[in-house]
Ligand binder design. Structure first.
Ligand SMILES: NC(=O)c1ccc[n+]([C@@H]2O[C@H](COP(=O)([O-])OP(=O)(O)OC[C@H]3O[C@@H](n4cnc5c(N)ncnc54)[C@H](O)[C@@H]3O)[C@@H](O)[C@H]2O)c1
Length: 432
């Protein structure tokens, strides 16, 4: 099939590449000319494991190309995906300006029946708004389908190629058949394609992210309680997860959820509910807990050291989670700004997010090549992202490098008892 993907970010680039890899002819379009230039020069503008090789392979085999010319791409395509950003608007709702601008440009470029797919995360009713926008500028036949994306950064290709489910919201038989054919290669192991109406598809995406965020905030509140009563949240996590009704995923407490999705999607769902006369108090509490959690280690450090001014800290992990360079809404942003604001200095290491971090902090932070370099003369270490390479360090070497052997483990990657045996002052989350 001939496809256009409008928006070549984390979702658009992965989706376009995976569709190309299953034999389709794909043009990825973006308004950002520098991004398209980089892609055409063989450079991948984001870090996502396995993506670079897959892009190169499909470009070489001439199934994947990149362009800023939306009209030319759309005019040759049977299916056009909108995968542009839907950032948080002023009142917490999703800002649809990029989606609707893309829809208008797509409408103007239509040359025949085309399926237009909302892949971006968009509020209930957006498929209708996209349909109205396109209708205003074309007489060509088209259908609008809602097909929210559930991939996780860091495992995006695997998630796209082997999705737990594909959600397709449409009331058109023709669009349903085309979308079913397009996704058939990815659902060969009984993982379902769930066809539904567009509004349900739109809401499914927000409900999924809001529920995952709720599990995280729930565990963070349990962790707080553990610290007060002298219980161990990790033991509780195991006790909870073993219950089949609950399960293990998303029960890890930490320094709060971040990323480009959970924070804005929880806010957008609260805003949608409010538009329809419902106060979603549960989700407001989820957000409140998360905001507090991002400052938790800062408060622990202030209690431990008293004055933070003049102290020097190491930070391991800048990305909002491992295996990505994405720092949107990362807990590290709040932590590092907090420490700098109190007069501390920082040396930070992240395996892939340093370049992105420079855009946030410039030279206010020193970035190091290795985790150990960051520890030199540090009064303490903050672990903010659970990269695998941080899990089994040389503890003796760490102690020798640090001025004070104090560890604030925001991801509970170390065992508190072993850390104290090794001579560290150790602070975890919700553990005695
Ligand atoms: N990142 C994720 O893990 C993830 C997962 C599932 C769903 N989503 C959703 O997918 C959508 C895209 O997210 P992302 O992380 O890929 O965003 P992103 O910011 O990485 O990429 C969006 C791209 O769209 C481009 N763009 C904006 N307006 C355009 C236009 N009119 N024409 C062409 N290109 C345009 C931007 O230049 C940018 O490159 C969002 O709605 C997000 O909520 C994201």
């Amino acid at each position: 099939m001939k496809l256009t993907i409008v928006g070549s970010g984390y979702v658009g680039l992965v989706a376009g590449t995976c569709f190309a890899d299953s034999g389709n002819d794909v043009i990825c379009v973006d308004v950002d000319a520098s991004k398209i230039k980089a892609l055409n020069g063989g450079k991948i503008p984001i870090y996502e494991p396995g993506l670079e090789e897959m892009v190169h392979k499909n470009v070489r085999e001439k199934r994947l190309s990149f362009s800023t010319d939306l009209a030319a791409a759309v005019s040759q395509s049977e299916v056009v995906f909108i995968a542009v950003g839907t950032p948080e608007g002023e009142t917490g709702d999703a800002d649809l300006q990029h989606v609707l601008s893309a829809a208008e440009q797509i409408g103007k470029a239509l040359k025949r029946y085309t399926v237009i797919v909302d892949k971006s995360t968009v509020p209930v009713g957006t498929a209708d708004r996209v349909r109205e926008t396109v209708s205003r500028v074309t007489d060509q036949p088209f259908d609008v389908v809602s097909n929210p994306e559930f991939l996780k950064e860091g495992a995006a290709i695997d998630d796209f190629l082997k999705p737990d489910r594909v959600v397709i919201g449409t009331s058109s038989d023709q669009a349903r058949r085309i979308m079913g054919e397009l996704y058939a290669p990815f659902v060969r192991t009984e993982n379902p394609i769930l066809f539904m109406d567009p509004r349900s598809a739109e809401l499914t995406k927000y409900a999924a992210n809001a529920m995952l965020a709720t599990r995280i905030s729930f565990m963070n509140d349990i962790a707080q309680l553990c610290e007060r009563v002298g219980a161990d949240v990790d033991a509780i996590r195991k006790g909870l997860g073993a219950d089949k009704r609950i399960g293990y995923p998303f029960l890890f407490p930490g320094v709060g959820y971040g990323g480009s999705c959970f924070p804005k999607d929880v806010k957008a769902l609260v805003a949608t509910a409010r538009d329809f006369g419902i106060e979603f108090d549960l989700l407001r509490a989820v957000e409140r807990t998360n905001d507090q959690q991002k400052r938790l280690l800062l408060n622990k450090a202030a209690r431990h050291y008293g004055d933070l001014s003049g102290k020097h800290f190491a930070v391991w992990g800048l990305a909002f989670k491992p295996r990505t360079d994405d720092m949107r809404e990362a807990p590290s942003l709040v932590m590092i700004e907090g420490l700098l604001g109190k007069g501390a200095t920082i040396a930070a290491h992240d395996p892939v997010a340093t370049q992105v971090a420079r855009r946030h902090f410039n030279d206010r932070v020193r970035y190091t090549e290795t985790p150990y370099d960051a520890l030199d003369k540090a009064d303490g270490l903050f672990i903010l992202t659970e990269w695998n390479e941080f899990r089994r360090p040389d503890f003796d070497r760490m102690k020798k490098l640090m001025k004070q052997p104090v560890v604030f483990d925001g991801r509970n990657i170390f065992d508190p008892f072993r850390m104290r045996e090794r001579g560290f002052v150790y602070f975890g989350i919700g553990r005695p």
